[in-house]
Design a protein around this ligand. Sequence first.
Ligand code: PLP
Length: 359
Amino acid sequence: MIDIPVTLTCEPKKKPTLEEEGSLGFGKRFSDHMFIMEWYDGEWHNPRIEPYHRLSLDPSSSVLHYAQEIFEGLKAYRTDDGRILMFRPDANSERLNNSAKRMCMPTIDVDFNVEAMRKLVEVEKDWVPHSAGTSLYLRPTMFANDEALGVHAASHYIYFVICAPSGAYYKEGLKPIRIRVEDKYVRAVRGGMGFAKTGGNYACSILAGDEAAKEGFAQVLWLDGEHLKYVQEVGAMNMMFVVNGKILTADLKDTVLPGVTRRSILALAREKGLEVEERDISIDELVAYAESGELTEAFGTGTAAVVSPVGELCYRDKHMVIGGGEIGKLTMDFYNTLTGIQWGRIPDTHGWVKEVCKA
Ligand SMILES: *Cc1c(COP(=O)(O)O)cnc(C)c1O
């Protein structure tokens, strides 16, 4: 494996104390080091781990104008038996490359990228928090950095990975959220970039999220951009619906982000012998299932929350309370199983967890 040089900081920051771990929140504090490398002349140069630092960009830097940018999100966990684990870093590295291709950006060898992240987490292992439910969140990011205003694929890129010790998503246990079905704005269109993890997909969703938040909703559920008819996903989570004991979820096509959590939950569901349907699901079909009582559970899946129960779904003037607003049994099972695997409490029979080092 390629050796990645490490320059350690001379000024280590104060790590969160056990007490502070309770109020870490998400992505507000960052560890001491980062991985970084640059692309030019058609290849990656100088991969290294060095002290966390600010970047200096020319105002003409292409990312600031044309948003050629992609990112990833994954976590490292501290186990009770003294190991540090990462969850499916290979899947995130593959997805980064799929995003890169859509955005005309260079790809990164998957094994190399996994090793870069592993080594960074090893250097930062004391930054992986200790309390239940906490983790070290990794944010790999790539952006175009040509210093020119012409619109074309850039020939300079920067790729970095930073780490944020993050608090437990659910401090007081899983809590069902209210979601509004968005019938005005859209996030992704056929032939667009909905499947790519790129900042633009977030930039265009902030307004809808803000308007929904004013009405007390945690997230919006996007409908397809063509007909405003088929359900797709929420902000940063894929959506699953339990209907007559079957799992229904939107098929991916090119408009839905292929979540690693989604893929993992569907694998667990099929193993349990549950029927899974990945297909177009119209909002009218869903409303009918809600009204007949056939829709018994709904939940979002994503790295941040892992599984997020949905207690209420609102579409225009219809307010659908799901499962009496309580957490469903399958929702709870999936949450317990997946977090159990991630925190090393349940044996990993899938080869999903990668051991970083001993803690
Ligand atoms: C990242 C993301 C998800 C969830 O993906 P995971 O790999 O499960 O974290 C879902 N939807 C969108 C739009 C995303 O950006």
